[in-house]
Design a protein around this ligand. Structure first.
Ligand code: PAF
Length: 280
């Protein structure tokens, strides 16, 4: 397995593979890899001849008061996991390699970026879209793998890919959860033992909402019932609970067809997000 820090080297390597007829699967990450990332890597491994994982904590997607400096960076463990999963190359650039002196360009997927998490994390999705486009340009993959846990991110990247006519297939993969239902996230390690014990109640509240969809309630009543359930979690502060159209991310007007129920909740200093499909 190669560890590559230069964009030009990464680009030449994937170019050689492509000329040899070997498809490239790409898993962009910020490191601190867990079983959720491992499931993306395994899928990329099954579907491609070559697999590249990027490990880059992207400063552009953190707000000034967010956790950029304390975000975990256990690179030695990430490297071991990637080697065990038979990754061909890790792309691990410096901030200066991705954003050299004078970098000015920003990618914005208008509308989709300002709702839900975007309303609470101004500029976050601009940072995500910009870095993902730049990583795509470097690795030029045939397929790129993203978790459904970051559902809004996945939809924004799908939209950007379609709007710009990028030749990469975006593969959305199911959320990996602990046995108690908590969605795996690199940020779960910030939770105290007490917070970790109550955190699965977020997923339980969403599941309750999905069950409610089978009864004759309105979209508004469903979201309200989930909000009330989450308010029972000690110390939980709700950023949002929304039942939306999975493509436009706009609030569902009626309980009809395939919808998505999303929530963001702060427990202590940790912000948790989760979402589940709702079929009516
Ligand atoms: O989901 C993440 O880890 C990040 O947002 C991503 C897609 C790697 C971009 O920095």
């Amino acid at each position: 397995m190669r560890v590559i820090t230069r964009a030009s080297e990464m680009a030449s390597l994937t170019e050689v593979w492509k000329r040899q007829g070997r498809s490239v699967g790409f898993v962009p990450t910020m490191g601190a890899l867990h079983e959720g990332h491992a499931s993306l890597i395994r899928r990329a491994r099954r579907e491609n001849r070559r697999v590249v994982v990027s490990v880059f904590v992207n400063p552009a997607q953190f707000g000034p008061k967010e956790d950029f400096t304390r975000y975990p960076r256990p690179f030695a463990a990430d490297r071991r996991l990637c080697a065990a999963l038979k990754v061909d190359a890790i792309y691990h650039p410096t901030v200066n390699e991705v954003y050299p002196e004078g970098f000015r360009t920003v990618v914005e997927v208008a509308g989709l970026s300002d709702l839900l998490c975007g309303a609470f994390r101004p500029g976050h999705f601009k940072g995500v879209a910009t870095v993902v486009l730049k990583l795509f340009e470097t690795a030029r993959p045939a397929r790129a793998y993203f978790g459904e846990k970051d559902f809004q991110q996945l939809q924004i990247i799908r939209r950007m890919t379609q709007d710009l006519g990028l030749k990469v297939k975006i593969v959305g993969c199911p959320t990996v959860r602990g046995k108690d239902g908590l969605a795996l996230s690199s940020r779960n390690q910030y939770l105290s033992p007490f917070e970790r014990a109550i955190a699965p109640k977020l997923n339980a509240a969403l599941k309750m909402g999905a069950r409610l969809a089978r009864r004759k309630v309105s979209a508004g009543q469903l979201a309200k019932a989930v909000r009330l359930e989450i308010m029972k979690i000690p110390e939980a502060v709700i950023d949002y609970v929304s039942l939306v159209d999975p493509e436009t991310l706009e609030d569902a007007k009626a309980l009809k067809g395939r919808l998505r129920l999303l929530a963001a909740v702060r427990i202590g200093k940790t912000r948790l997000i989760d979402n589940i499909p709702v079929s009516c």
